[in-house]
Design a protein around this ligand. Structure first.
Ligand code: SF4
Length: 295
């Protein structure tokens, strides 16, 4: 899948907003209204490819719920009335993409680390209902590290009751590669167990970013091990509705990280498809982008 030029524009801020921002999303084919639950830019992973700009400190350190909900309310009005496309940044959006696809919880860190995650998902669902947007999805973009916490489980249930989708990061097959890429104290086993437990309840979308490190793509063994982890999940009753294979599209945290070639993405997509029988979608990268987005 080719990237539309506007897809590179992932500016987190919109006018004076601090938590809610519109994105023309290359993966969803429309406007995604993003909600940033990590304005302090703190994450429990430290991915070598992370595209959050962490050289400057954010002025906003904490989530202010009432402000966030007000921004969401206004943003949904602006997008559904078409006013967004009178803004210079969005005026060249192709007609087919002038649609609200989803509300996405992501941000400059891991959204499920927000301690009032469940309450916030509930409040955002209410705003969506008030706007009559029952068909609009709510997408959680997550590294799956906190699914075992009770308040996160509650949040996932509320999400599911409101056209929710969980897009969970899994982009390694071995512990060594996971540690090299995600640089976290959270064990790989915990992530795999969390994904399996959630996938047994709801169909999950897997997000897998692969890259070149020091010029080298992931080894054949690593790619095979990744397929094996996916198969283990489905063999144990986990439902995976889609695997998204993508690569670096904006400047990463480490300069040793560069995008996979398009042919490498294609080959990996084919391998995952053949080995797992799952639906797989590939997305190409480029490093022309200027703004930051964690995932
Ligand atoms: S890519 Fe996502 S999970 Fe990884 S460090 Fe950045 S914000 Fe955290």
């Amino acid at each position: 899948m080719k990237t539309h030029p506007l897809h590179q524009r992932h500016d987190r801020r919109f006018d004076q907003n601090r938590f809610v921002y519109p994105v023309l999303s290359r993966r969803s084919g429309g406007i995604s209204v993003g909600i940033n639950l990590n304005p302090d830019k703190i994450c429990n992973f430290d991915c070598i490819y992370c595209q959050v700009e962490r050289t400057s400190q954010s002025e906003t350190r904490f989530v202010e719920t009432s402000q966030l909900l007000e921004e969401l309310d206004q943003m949904l009005s602006i997008v559904t009335a078409g006013e967004l496309f009178t803004e210079s940044r969005f005026s060249s959006t192709p007609p087919l993409l002038r649609r609200l696809n989803d509300i996405a919880f992501s941000g400059d860190g891991e959204p499920t680390t927000y301690r009032n995650f469940d309450m916030l998902i509930e409040s955002c669902s209410e705003v969506k209902r008030r706007h009559g947007l029952d068909d609009v999805k709510m997408i959680l973009i997550t590294n799956a590290s906190m699914f075992h916490r009770p308040h996160v489980q509650r949040g996932l249930e509320i999400l599911d009751a409101n056209q929710g989708e969980i897009w969970a990061k899994l982009e390694a097959g071995t512990d060594a590669y996971y540690q090299q890429v995600e640089r976290t104290s959270i064990p790989f086993r915990q992530i795999l167990d969390n994904i399996l437990a959630a996938a047994r309840r709801w169909p999950l979308v897997i997000q897998a970013l692969f890259m070149r490190i020091d010029g080298q793509p992931p080894s054949g063994e690593e790619q095979q091990a990744f397929c094996d982890r996916l198969r283990e999940i489905t063999d144990q009753g986990g439902q995976l509705s889609l695997v998204q294979v993508y690569t670096v599209a904006r400047p990463p945290a480490e300069s040793t990280v560069t995008p996979l070639e398009e042919t490498e993405v294609d080959r990996l997509v084919e391998l995952v498809r053949q080995q797992t029988g799952l639906a797989v979608q590939g997305y190409y990268g480029s490093l022309q982008g200027i703004s930051a987005d964690g995932d």
